[in-house]
Design a protein around this ligand. Sequence first.
Ligand code: ATP
Ligand code: PAU
Ligand code: K
Length: 261
Amino acid sequence: MSKSHWLALMIGNSRLHWAWFIEEVLQFAWDTEYLPVSVVQNLASCQNITDFSRKILAPGAINITLPPIYLASVVPQATIIWQTYPNLHEITLDQVPLQGVYPTLGIDRALALWGAGATWGFPALVIDAGTALTFTGANSDRTLVGGAILPGVRLQFQSLGERTAALPVVSTPKSLPPRWALNTPESIQSGVIYTLMAGIKDFVCDWWQAFPRSCVAITGGDRALLLNYFQAQYPDIAAKLTSEPHLIFQGIRCYWVSRGE
Ligand SMILES: Nc1ncnc2c1ncn2[C@@H]1O[C@H](COP(=O)(O)OP(=O)(O)OP(=O)(O)O)[C@@H](O)[C@H]1O
Ligand SMILES: CC(C)(CO)[C@@H](O)C(=O)NCCC(=O)O
Ligand SMILES: [K+]
C-alpha cells in the first residue's frame, strides 16, 4: 500500500504555516504570506479538481492528485477561501480531546496543548509567542486549567509606534537591550522586552507552583528570540523551557492519527 502524503495548514493572524507529512512523520515545515487577492479570486472561481489544478496548482498539467489538507484556522475570513479546496479536513475544537474547554478557545491553542501533552505528558503548559502571545495549560486529567492572552512582541512595538505621535515603530532587538535606556528606541525596547519577560516568568513560576514537574513548552514565531532573552536574563528558567517550533503541527499529527487514516 502506498504511504499517504498530506499537508497541514495552520492559518494564523500574521501568516500561513504549512507542514508536509508522510503518514505521521513531519517531513518539512514552512511559512507563507497570505495569498494575494488575485490568487484567492482565481481559486474561488474554480469549479472542480481539474479546474483547480489547471488554474492554481500546475497550469498545463492534466491529472494531479491533490493531497489532503488538514486545516486549522484562527482567522475565519481566511478559512472561507480554503473551503473551496476539494480535499479539505477542517479541525474544530470539538475534535480535540481536552476537557473543560470554552467555546471560543482558539484551535491553535488547543492543538498546541494536545501536541505538548502527547509528546511530554500532562500536565502541560504551552507558551505560543505569535501575533498574540498566549499561555494555555491543562492538568494531568487533560482538563484545561486556563490561560492568558496578550499582544505578541511585534504587535506591542507596532501598536505603541502607531498610536502615539512621538514614538517610532522600533524593530525587535535580537539580543537583550539595556534596561535603563537613554534614548527613545531603546527605552521602548527595554519597556516591552523586560516587562514581557517578567510577565512570562511570573506565569511560568505560578504554573510550576501548582504543577512542579509539568513540561512548559514554548512555540511560535518569536520562540527563539524569547529564549535568547531568557538565557541572558533568567538562565535557570530558560534551561527548564522546552523549545518546539512545530507544536501545533504535533497537535494536527495527533488528530490525523486519531482518525485512524
Ligand atoms: N515574516 C514574518 N511575518 C510575521 N511575523 C514574523 C515573521 N518572521 C518572524 N516573525 C515573528 O513572529 C511573530 C508572529 O508569530 P507567528 O508567525 O507564529 O504568528 P501567527 O501567524 O499569528 O501564528 P499564530 O496565530 O499561530 O500565533 C511576530 O511577532 C514576529 O516577531
Ligand atoms: C489568541 C489567538 C489570536 C492566538 O493565535 C487565537 O488563539 C484566538 O483567536 N483565540 C480565540 C480566543 C481564545 O483563545 O480565548
Ligand atoms: K479582532
